[in-house]
Design a protein around this ligand. Structure first.
Ligand SMILES: [Zn+2]
Length: 332
């Protein structure tokens, strides 16, 4: 899938294409931006473009090199993803961590010269690099072996070590335009535009999360979750709900749904989507009744996000305690 098949991101792709054409590619990149909008895909296409036989500064998608990359067997293209330890094995797991063993493997692979093309290392969910792994990587990020390119991909760049960030050229991926996104969701799932719009909003305009949201019936799950929260009005109910939540396997996802709901409420309290984003521009002082309400909705949104970060790896806070604190705050 060449660059032209990536949804949206015209500006981001222009920067990359221009760097390829002019031979001014940085040796380390950070592709930062919301989850599920095509950052990893773009990194992969850049890696393929560097190795494509067409030498067109894009991936043709058809040559041996492009096909080998697509099947995951290209020796020049290495992808690192978070893992969990299962006995002595490292098993891929999006909620796991990137371990020093994985980075050591990458470093030893980079020592060999590429046979034609260029070596490309893609580190997906780079914010999950364990500190030792990140530190082992610093020197190589600053000065990778000649010709190789390292691309860190992260939807939570604020969680990366500053020493990592400062060694990479950052490309900021923006959320997908609402219209294009809704069109793509409708095309891929066959749901109505209204349903697609809700899924898009609830998942922070992420294509892959929106598809997951629809595919796994989260519309219904989300409605139940929110109904439950709305009917939770006193302390003992809040603690009961907190306990239920803490036992859910999909707790992190449930928190994303709650965040989406609070964001929506804040936006509608502001009267318009752009009004909220541009509150300062409109001279919005927050002194009115509505202002206070928006402020507290936004505060609740960030409380949910803080809690999500606390219980996610690598911090693993106690889920029950974290949920109790959060629910007591939200129900207050
Ligand atoms: Zn090709």
């Amino acid at each position: 899938m060449p660059f032209k098949d990536i949804l949206g991101h015209e500006k981001e792709l222009r920067i990359i294409s221009e760097a390829l054409r002019s031979g001014r590619l940085a040796h380390s990149y950070l592709f930062a931006g919301p989850e599920g909008i095509g950052k990893r895909k773009t990194a992969f296409e850049l890696a393929r473009a560097l190795n494509c036989a067409s030498a067109s500064n894009d991936a043709c998608g058809e040559c041996t090199s492009c096909l080998r990359a697509a099947s995951g067997t290209h020796t020049n293209i290495v992808e690192v993803t978070p893992t969990v330890k299962d006995k002595d094995e490292l098993v891929p797991d999006p909620s796991g961590l990137i371990r020093i063993e994985q980075i050591r493997d990458v470093l030893s692979l980079l020592r060999y010269k590429a046979e034609g093309g260029r070596k490309a290392v893609i580190v997906d969910a780079a914010e999950r690099l364990m500190p030792q792994a990140a530190n082992a990587f610093l020197k190589t990020l600053e000065e990778p072996p000649a010709g190789s390119v390292i691309i860190l991909v992260s939807s939570r760049p604020a969680d990366l070590l500053p020493t990592i960030i400062s060694r990479c050229q950052r490309i900021a991926f923006r959320p997908l335009p609402e219209d294009a996104l809704i069109g793509a969701i409708v095309e891929k799932t066959g749901v109505s535009r209204e349903e697609a719009a809700v899924a898009a909003r609830m998942t922070g305009r992420s294509l892959s999360l929106a598809l997951k949201y629809i595919g796994e019936g989260h519309g219904e799950k989300g409605r139940e979750l929110i109904k439950r929260l709305q009917s939770t009005t006193d302390v003992s109910e809040a603690l009961k709900f907190a306990e239920e939540l803490s036992k859910r396997d999909d707790l992190l996802e449930a928190l994303e749904i709650l965040k989406g709901w609070y964001r929506d409420r804040a936006v509608s309290a502001a009267g318009a989507e752009n009004l909220l984003a541009n509150a300062a521009h409109y001279g919005y002082s927050g002194g009115s009744f509505e202002g206070r309400r928006i402020a507290s909705l936004v505060e609740d949104f960030f409380s949910i996000e803080d809690t999500r970060r606390m219980i996610a790896p690598p911090r693993y806070a106690n889920k029950l305690l974290a949920m109790e604190a959060l629910l007591l705050k939200l129900v207050d």
